[in-house]
Structures are given as structure tokens and as C-alpha cells.
Ligand binder design. Structure first.
Ligand code: FAD
Length: 469
């Protein structure tokens, strides 16, 4: 590939695919890099085998197929590279990625970051046992690997994604004991669903609730997993009610059940590694954490770098697509390939759709925001950082010795020094420190990513194909 290109999109979920399609529609070439074996992101991943019911192929599959068809239609303009992992961005516009055991450096004039979010880890006793899986992992099990993930499951977390996942698991033949939502989301209420019935997201939630009912799976509000038990893998669970306001577990009411699968979905954290590396300004947002600052056209504070979808702001698959479209059009305008009038005309519909979904986004984010009482699930020996095996007591010990920010905690304990570079443990440690020790999120700070953001072999790095600009 040429090293200087006009457009690069990082991540081929709904946001990245939509951005690339908009650029291609103008007859311009764009490169779309996807870390996974296949494009689509966790919801639209190819080989999607959603439902056994022929009459209901699944809205995710229908929407995914529409996007795949559009990608295919414009394939002469869109270079899709799967299994291509972006490792870092330097000097604002130098992008390193690895594919097929070698590395490449490209210098795109416009970069659209669309690498999604990661699922919020929820530490509790037994959370590192095999059999405890995040909802995204379960979707991969089912959709891509077509594997039945277990026999008897509990689904725990917060928000409407839980009910969708529970139904998908049920279809594979797993017995789902219950869905435990730590909150009591407004999104499940008949009033909310009636008010928003014209929107696809509300139709989805209503369908999922109905299906859950038909499947005979109870939905227990203000409930959570407390503990996963087992010697080498999950063989039993404790779960029970939480305080409706603080989400503090009411442990004396814990219930035991047999289970071999615990599926977690405690919301998402935007993956801002690339926007941080590119020096884009970040802001702390309650309930989400550090997020990249953007204008209404998805542009970050660094010219020529745009960020869309869940990597910037959690919004679900519909919002991700609209944002991708807006960014694609803006990137074309930035290079003068379409004039501002055409850009405004093409953008007006996506902007309008996004505006209409703003209330939904706010409700979604508040639904997915965990309340501080939930940290009481952890015991002193519960691991906060699983890469470096740092327990809650080690974290407390570091803070008691004077470590008031994450960098200091990292030096005291090794928290965040493992292969995930703090992606998994820093959000928990940060929220715990703010809550328990009354420190502000800005003071606690963050653990900054460093390239390579993912593990890579020396051989792949040594084979850099285009070291010169
Ligand atoms: C289990 C589950 C169920 C969900 N159910 C729903 C639902 O019912 N309704 C709904 O609206 N939303 C749902 N969501 C949320 C939805 O998946 C996201 O909101 C949406 O996919 C965001 O789109 P995106 O394009 O921003 O990110 P993603 O879809 O996450 O795509 C990001 C892509 O970037 C790739 N990537 C990441 N890092 C790199 C890298 N370093 N180099 C190259 N590529 C990289 C990833 O592999 C991924 O394909 C669900 C999510 C999960 C996990």
C-alpha cells in the first residue's frame, strides 16, 4: 500500500463501515483496517448466525447485511484489510499497523478513528474464573465460533443489552436462570417504549422484552451477581438484591444456585487510546470516564483526526452509523473533494437523525453508568488488575501510603503495567479511589496508553514495510 493516503478508517464496526461507505460514494479511495478476522464489530460481525427462527432473521443481521452489501457495491474504492491491528499513532498522523506478520506505516491526510469501546470489567469474588464471560465474548462464541457457551447461565449487569444477550444464549440451548439488572432502567418502562416507538432502538427493546418473556426468563431489577464459586471453573453462583439507589449489595439476602456460566454486561468504556496518542483533547465525563472532545461534525481538536461511534461516546449501533456517515462527509470536505454546500446537503439527514437520538443517548448512558455501591462486591483479596494480579488490598495499601493518582498507584503496585495497559483495571481503580477516598477524577488522572497498544512480535515490527515518508 502507498504510505501517503487520503483516508484511513480504524475499525470496521457500524461506525467505521458507514464512514468508509460515505467516502467511497464520492468516488474516493479509503482504507479500512479491522483488527478482527472479519469486519462488523461485535454486533454486525460477519458469519452472523443469529436466530434459528427463519421468520425472524434478527434485526442485527438485516442491518449488517445492508452495510456489507453497500461495502461490496463500493469495493473498488474501499480497501478492507482484515486482521490488521493498528498499534499506534505518532506525530499526529503517522499510523503503524500490523498484518500478516509484518508492519506498515501510513500517513493518512484524514484519519477516522472508529475502534469502539471495551466492556466495563466488574471485579467480584470469582470474576477471573473460567466461565465468567463478558457479553461481547458470548456474542463471539455464538455468532463467530458457533459454540454453545455453557449449560446453565446467569446474566448480570445493567441495561437493555442484557436481555438481548440472554435471548441469544437461550437460543443455543443454554438454560438462563435469570437476567439481573443492577438498575431499574427507564428504558424497560411501557411509557418510555410507547413514547419512542417510532425509533428502531425502542422497537428492539420491546421485541427483546417480549422474547425474554416468551422464553420464560425472569428479569430481576435491582439485582446483581455477588460471587462466582468453583475450584477450576464456575460451578455455582451467589446473587441477590442491591440497594436501588447506591447499588450496594444486600449480601445477607444472597441466593445460591448451580451455574457454569456467568455473563456480564456492566456497560462500556470508550477506547480512547488512539485519540490520546494523537494528542486529541480529552474530557472526563461522569459515568463514562475520559472521552475525546469533538465538534458536531465528529472532528477532534487535532485537524484531520475524527472520532466516531463508541470510541468517542457510547450510543449503540444506530448512533454509530449516523456518526460514521457525518465523519466520512466531513473528511471529504476537509480535503476539498466536495464543496461545503454539497457537504451540508449530504450531512443534513444524518445530523437530523443524530439529533433525534440525543435523548436516547442520554438515557442509555445513564442506564449504563454503574453506581458506587457496586464496588462493595469486591473483597480484599479480589483482583482489581488481573494482568498483574493486583488485589484490592494492594490498591488500598498504596493509597494509604500516599498514592493519590493512578500513575502513583501503578508504580506502587504494578496495576496497569500488564498487556492491557490499564484498559481493564484503570477505570475500576479510578472510580473506586474517587468514591472511597473522595478524590476528584482529574486528580486521580488516567494511565496513558503507549504504542504498541496491542502485543506484537518483534519480527512483525522488524519487517516494517514503509519506514520513510
Ligand atoms: C454483546 C453486545 C450486544 C450489543 N447489543 C446491542 C444492541 O442490541 N443494540 C445496540 O444499539 N447496540 C448494541 N451493542 C452495542 C454496539 O455493539 C455498539 O454500540 C456499536 O457496535 C458501536 O459501533 P462502533 O463501530 O463504534 O464500534 P464497534 O462495533 O465496537 O467496532 C469497532 C471495531 O474496531 C475494531 N478495532 C478495535 N481496535 C482496533 C485496532 N487496534 N485496530 C484495528 N481495528 C480495531 C474492532 O475489532 C471492531 O470491529 C452491543 C454490544 C455488545 C458487545
Amino acid at each position: 500500500m502507498e504510505s501517503v493516503i487520503n483516508f484511513l478508517v480504524i475499525g470496521a464496526g457500524p461506525a467505521g463501515m458507514s464512514a468508509a461507505i460515505e467516502i467511497a460514494k464520492a468516488g474516493e479511495k479509503v482504507t479500512l483496517l479491522e483488527d478482527a478476522l472479519t469486519i462488523g464489530g461485535p454486533v454486525y460481525r460477519r458469519n452472523l448466525k443469529i436466530s434459528k427462527k427463519d421468520h425472524n432473521p434478527g434485526r442485527e443481521k438485516i442491518r449488517a447485511n445492508q452495510l456489507f452489501e453497500e461495502l461490496a457495491k463500493y469495493s473498488q474504492y474501499i480497501q478492507v484489510i482484515e486482521s490488521a491491528t493498528v498499534l499506534g499513532i505518532w506525530n499526529n498522523k503517522e499510523v503503524l499497523y500490523t498484518v500478516d506478520g509484518r508492519s506498515e506505516i501510513v500517513y493518512p491526510k484524514q484519519i477516522i478513528i472508529a475502534n469502539g469501546a471495551f466492556e466495563r470489567p466488574m471485579p467480584f469474588p470469582g470474576w477471573t474464573l473460567p466461565g465468567v464471560v463478558n457479553a461481547g465474548g458470548i456474542k463471539t462464541f455464538i455468532n463467530t465460533m458457533q459454540v454453545r457457551p455453557g449449560f446453565r447461565a446467569i446474566v448480570s449487569g445493567t441495561g437493555p443489552m442484557l436481555i438481548n444477550v440472554a435471548n441469544r444464549i437461550h437460543e443455543t440451548g443454554v438454560e438462563v436462570i435469570a437476567v439481573l439488572d443492577a438498575g431499574n432502567p427507564e428504558m424497560y418502562s411501557p411509557q418510555f417504549l410507547e413514547k419512542n416507538k417510532a425509533f428502531a432502538f425502542a422497537q428492539s427493546i420491546a421485541e427483546d422484552l417480549n422474547e425474554l418473556h416468551q422464553n420464560g426468563i425472569p428479569l430481576l431489577l435491582n439485582h446483581s451477581i455477588f460471587e462466582a464459586q468453583g475450584q477450576v471453573e464456575v460451578t455455582g453462583i451467589l446473587y441477590g438484591p442491591v440497594d436501588p439507589i447506591s447499588w450496594k449489595p444486600i449480601k445477607e439476602k444472597a441466593i445460591f444456585d448451580d451455574a457454569d456460566l456467568v455473563v456480564l454486561g456492566f456497560g462500556y468504556i470508550p477506547d480512547n487510546a488512539f485519540s490520546i496518542l494523537a494528542n486529541c483533547q480529552q474530557v472526563y465525563r461522569d459515568g463514562l470516564g475520559w472521552c475525546v472532545v469533538r465538534d458536531s461534525f465528529m472532528q477532534t481538536t487535532v485537524p484531520g483526526i475524527l472520532a466516531v461511534g463508541d470510541c468517542a461516546d457510547i450510543g449503540g449501533m444506530y448512533i454509530a452509523e449516523w456518526e460514521g456517515k457525518i465523519a466520512g462527509i466531513k473528511a471529504l470536505e476537509n480535503l476539498g473533494l466536495i464543496d461545503s454546500d454539497l457537504s451540508a446537503a449530504r450531512m443534513s439527514h444524518p445530523l437530523e437523525e443524530l439529533k433525534n437520538l440525543q435523548d436516547y443517548r442520554e438515557v442509555l448512558i445513564s442506564t449504563l453508568s454503574v453506581k458506587n455501591g457496586i464496588w462493595d462486591l469486591m473483597q480484599d483479596n479480589t483482583l482489581v488488575c488481573r494482568c498483574e494480579e493486583v488485589s484490592l488490598s494492594a490498591l488500598k495499601n498504596a493509597v494509604d501510603k500516599g498514592a493519590k493518582d493512578l500513575q502513583a498507584v501503578k508504580l506502587y503496585t504494578r496495576l496497569g503495567m500488564g498487556p492491557c495497559q490499564g484498559r481493564n483495571c484503570a477505570p475500576t481503580a479510578s472510580m473506586y479511589m474517587c468514591h472511597q477516598y473522595d478524590i476528584s477524577p482529574t486528580e486521580v488522572g488516567r494511565i496513558n496508553p503507549r504504542p504498541p497498544v496491542r502485543s506484537v512480535t518483534l519480527g512483525a515490527l522488524a519487517g516494517i514495510a514503509n519506514p520513510q515518508k
